[in-house]
Design a binder for this molecule. Structure first.
Ligand code: SF4
Length: 352
């Protein structure tokens, strides 16, 4: 017999079809979604506005499963790295980054990553598999359950393990659940999908859904970018930037370009000037991130004065160029450092 579907992997329309097959009214699907996401139900027994018979019926046809929190590790700067165990034994990590009164949640979309960016610890660990929608939204629902009252997650960034656009359908389904009023009700203005540059899927994303886009750029010429990011050999800079120029940005939204500064590789004032020229005419902001060294990494963190000089060139060219404080460095929770192995772990209880 085939496995029962996990309701958390299904869209509203798919739950409607399931319920229709059980001879029930479609509006019940919205009630179930609200139980799953707004109320955080983990079993059918909690869905008290559904009849006992209907709950038994649907429990016989479907399950409710979420990833389990295995460990939470706290950084000195307040960042939390959360290790999740998946049903097949794989592990993934999410990061909660503290703001003044809120958290930003950084979610994973794949176990491992196949993109092989050379500055990235996650990439150096190889690819395991795509995450299911329930494993993507489940990071959020579980994190919310463990956050103390009064401090909300306001922003969601898909910058954890994996390339979101290489797990496109499941990522989009997860975003739809995160942003729908019958799901978690996040504003799409508060959701950012980050990509290393999977050009056809950037175009597709712009057609399918309205979320913020962040592009991990890191170089201003194909030679350097080919070396740092193998995806550039398939979709070189000119194609990537053409797709960026066409990406729809309603209102005052801006694209984000992330630029990891690697000592002696891409961090000179000349590189900064080339970057300013390359992005001319694109409504964007730049996040500059000093490289986070990891065990065995081939690159080094630039000196602070080199970073400041790079930033200054961009400011002089009237760009918004923010030097991102890299959160959670001491626990390998910073950009590109997630491995799903939960290094130096503390137990899950009592950390928040
Ligand atoms: Fe994958 Fe992103 Fe790391 Fe590149 S930077 S290897 S896309 S996780």
């Amino acid at each position: 017999m085939a496995d029962k579907p996990n309701l958390r992997d299904l869209s509203l329309e798919e739950i409607e079809i399931l319920i229709d097959g059980l001879g029930k009214e479609q509006y019940r699907a919205r009630q179930i979604m609200k139980w799953l996401y707004a109320n955080g139900a983990t079993s059918f027994f909690e869905m008290t506005n559904l009849s006992r018979d209907f709950r038994d019926q649907i429990a016989a046809s479907a399950t409710i499963k979420e990833p389990a929190i295995r460990h939470i590790q706290a950084s000195r700067d307040g960042t939390k790295k959360v290790l999740f165990g998946l049903a097949d034994g794989q592990a993934i990590e999410s990061v909660l980054i503290p703001g003044r009164n809120h958290w930003t949640a950084c979610l994973s979309t794949q176990a491992g990553c196949a993109m092989g960016c050379r500055f990235c610890f996650t990439g150096s660990q190889g690819f395991k598999r795509n995450l299911l929608p329930s494993e993507i939204t489940g990071q959020m629902t579980m994190l919310r359950r463990h956050i103390p009252e009064g401090r909300l997650v306001k922003n969601i960034v898909f910058m954890g393990m994996g390339e979101p656009l290489a797990n496109y359908d499941n990522t989009i389904k997860a975003v739809q659940i995160l942003t729908s009023d019958y799901g978690l009700g996040f504003s799409n203005r508060k959701i950012t999908i980050s990509t290393c540059g999977v050009v056809p899927m950037i175009t597709q994303l712009g057609r399918d859904i309205c979320v913020n886009l962040a592009v991990s750029l890191n170089a201003t010429n194909d030679e350097t970018r080919n070396e740092l990011m193998p995806i550039n050999r398939t979709y070189p800079l000119a194609e990537l930037l053409a797709a960026c120029r066409k990406y729809p940005m309603p209102g005052r939204r801006m694209l984000t370009f992330e630029y990891i500064l690697l000592a002696g590789v891409n961090d000179s004032p000349k590189d900064a000037k080339a970057l300013a020229n390359l992005l001319r005419g694109i409504r964007c902001k730049l996040n500059l991130i000093a490289f986070n060294e990891f065990p065995g990494s081939p690159y080094r963190t630039p000196k602070p004065e080199r970073i400041s000089a790079f930033q200054q060139v961009l400011l002089d060219h009237h760009y918004t160029a923010i030097l991102r404080a890299s959160h959670g460095r001491d626990i390998l929770a910073a950009c590109g450092q997630l491995t799903g192995r939960g290094e130096h772990l503390a137990p899950a209880q009592g950390i928040f």
